[in-house]
Design a protein around this ligand. Sequence first.
Ligand code: GLC
Ligand code: CA
Length: 556
Amino acid sequence: MKKQWWHKKVAYQIYPKSFADSNGDGIGDLRGIIGKLDYLKELGVDIVWLSPIYASPLADQGYDIADYYRIDPRFGTMDDMDELLKEAHKRGISILMDLVVNHCSDEHEWFRKACQDPEGKYGKYFYLEHTSDPTTLCNWRSYFGGSVWEKLPGHEDYYYLHVFHRKQPDLNWENPELREDIYKMINWWLDKGLDGFRLDAIINIKKALPFKNYPADRDDGLAACTTQLHDAEGIGAFLGEMRDRCFKPHNAFTVGEVFNEKEEELPDFIGDNGYFSSMYDFLETVFGQSQKGWQDNRDITPDDYRNCVFATQKKIADIGMISNIIENHDEPRGVSRYIPEGDITPVSKKMLATVYFLLKGLPWIYQGQEIGMENLKISSIDEVDDISSIDSYQVALKAGVSEQDALRMIEKYGRDNARTPFQWNTSDHAGFTTGQPWLRVNPNYPEINFADQEQDPESIFHYYQKLIRLRKSEKYGDTLVYGDLVPYLADQHNVMAYFRQTEGQKLLVIANYQSEPRKLPLPGTVKKVLLSNLDSVKYDETSVSLEGYQVAVVEL
Ligand code: GLC
Ligand code: CA
């Protein structure tokens, strides 16, 4: 792996709508983010990805873009964006935007023109099918439920494809004119000084063509549109072109949201001349997911979590630098997902933080993770904003799940969990806004908030700072960034342990992933304890005694 400027950095995701509201309208905004740059600096963050802030009807919270060249007024102005770039760069922080180019909004000018003239230039920017008989259309199910085909507004005999929401028509990447327009837009942002992008849903830009039916996987007669992805060959031509035309000339940092990749393609994706700088590891994220719907999902246990993480580490090895997360804006809070219910405490949260943060790869923190924010309780479906939760709720009810159980299911998997406002302090609405927040604040903010944690040297926030300092340290940085990862005691129940090693240095991260204390063997003499989530680590020549959810990072 060739060394890159970003390998030793720490990255952070901001969900702008819920981060900090500067003008009291209940919606987080760019000026709110500018006001928190010093906070990010204090935490130790170097790279920040902003979820979409482009002009959008917000049907999918900004992942439906109506104008790629404009900032949505709810988030601010282009001047605010320029100021954010300037102020971030002053502090040595790089800014990434979300690149959402599998689809745009049905309110984008291209789509409006396509509706006016389906056979004209812009009709070819989308996937339109001309038929008066919708039963002839292929049976793919969109990610948010229902058929991927929707009648083209103003026409009785045209349908357009949307693999996500019906307000997110898919862009036709097979059309070189569309690709040119996309590259022009990317280069416009990079020329402006943007440092790179997170590439949204990027694997979907290649479809298995010609359209055809797949065996139905639910009673609705449809097949998940991930099924066709297995047959979609040749995405590399698009991604390589985008890299060469946009990212490479600007030396931009890019991270792909890639699901369903083919293993043999990994070097093409994130190798030295990969399409992207990095991509996320989602193996544990998707663990236990069922084609049938959320009601059929399986919980992930500590052993499953460890096995997924190690499988990715093995697969990636030295091909490139994977991006490690425990949560993002589409997922439940990591602490609520990966720590067994009833065991979620500051100690176990720090354990989880340690075992994922020190993996080989670029560590990402999702806003609020650094203070241990948790999932949200819901008492009625009316409180739910997330379109994917609302669809999954209906699917569950149809499958015979009770309303109560369906709500519990959304509490577990829903996307609102990560989207509740950031908990800054104990004042009204957790200090996120002086107005009415667009989404409920998690009522646990009096116990979980930044202001309290800032005062408490033992807080999760300060623990994350320690992790960041350790990964960036002169003495251990090279090993933690470039050293091999070798699993240790990988067949032991509720243990997550691994070595990070280079020639001349060997570190051991060892965690007791359960509430009962235990003794574990040590493979060598401890030279130094570098970090633990408890005051002391008890060890002798041959073993270490760990309390429930204790983790230790030691030099051997
Ligand atoms: C990605 C985004 C998600 C969005 C979807 C469609 O998965 O992370 O939030 O709904 O793409 O753009
Ligand atoms: Ca605002």
